[in-house]
Design a protein around this ligand. Structure first.
Ligand code: AP5
Ligand code: MG
Length: 216
């Protein structure tokens, strides 16, 4: 049976950072809806053109577009053993669609780590974040700086600051999260799948807590 892990948590809490580590440790595909949208924007696809303004404003892309993009990604060969979903689902409709899709693939959502931290921490993390242009590797100017300023340690590409990481847009994304995504915390708690993780700790400690909880 494939394993599907949904990483839940507010903007900037560290979902992408942890998803990359977990996907390597647990040999699961890493599916980040935000990365997929940014990839489409970079490549100027039809989808990219449709969603660019929405991402820049910090709003959510409509469910139908998001769900069909994820459905397509889940059919790729690297998802046969399962995947870590980072940033999807983000609304109750997306959570329902995910259940239906995974059932088609003979799987289900196995665990939902919910990483949380206070808003001041989220803003500090997102506004200091630098992202690699080629593959989305994640840095922070204070907590995880690259060895050479402006250059990704892993693939040597340029690193940039995301358009939606301006302080006002981060605050907007947090409001949107509280409004539209928080209901999923209770949804997965009721289903007995929620695992609460303290996201205020350093990266390595959060990873340790995640691995311990997932291997229980
Ligand atoms: P998305 O890209 O998913 O953004 P997000 O959910 O707002 O989350 P972030 O990527 O900002 O944060 P993260 O939790 O991944 O943190 P990271 O590891 O980078 O979505 C962007 C947009 O796409 C949305 O606004 C929406 O428009 C659209 N979208 C995406 N999914 C959608 C969906 N399902 N439906 C509709 N629309 C959707 O870490 C942040 C920083 O902190 C980094 O600098 C990192 O180095 C640092 N850091 C991480 N962990 C720690 C730690 N423990 N201690 C210190 N620093 C840390
Ligand atoms: Mg992310």
């Amino acid at each position: 049976m494939p394993t599907f892990i949904v990483l839940l948590g507010p903007p900037g809490v560290g979902k992408g950072t942890q998803a990359r580590i977990l996907s390597e440790t647990n040999k699961l595909a890493h599916i980040s809806s935000g990365d997929l949208f940014r990839e489409n924007i970079k490549n100027q696809t039809e989808l990219g053109k449709q969603v660019k303004a929405i991402l820049d404003k910090g709003e959510l892309v409509p469910d139908d577009l998001t769900i069909s993009m994820i459905r397509d990604r889940l059919t790729k060969p690297d998802c046969v053993t399962g995947a870590i979903l980072d940033g999807f689902p983000r609304t109750p409709a997306q959570a329902n669609a995910l259940e239906t899709m995974l059932a088609e693939f003979g799987g289900e959502v196995n665990a939902v780590p919910y990483i949380s931290a206070a808003e001041s921490i989220l803003v500090e993390r997102a506004s200091g974040r630098w992202t690699c242009k080629a593959q989305g590797h994640i840095y922070h100017e204070k907590f995880n700086p690259p060895q050479q300023a402006g250059v990704c340690d892993i693939d040597g590409s340029e690193i940039y600051q995301r358009e939606d990481d301006k302080v006002e847009t981060v605050s907007k994304r947090i409001r949107v999260y509280l409004d539209q995504t928080m209901p999923l915390v209770e949804h997965y708690r009721k289903a007995g799948k929620l695992i609460e993780i303290d996201g205020t700790k350093p990266v390595e400690e959060v990873t340790k807590d995640l691995l311990a909880a997932l291997n229980k």
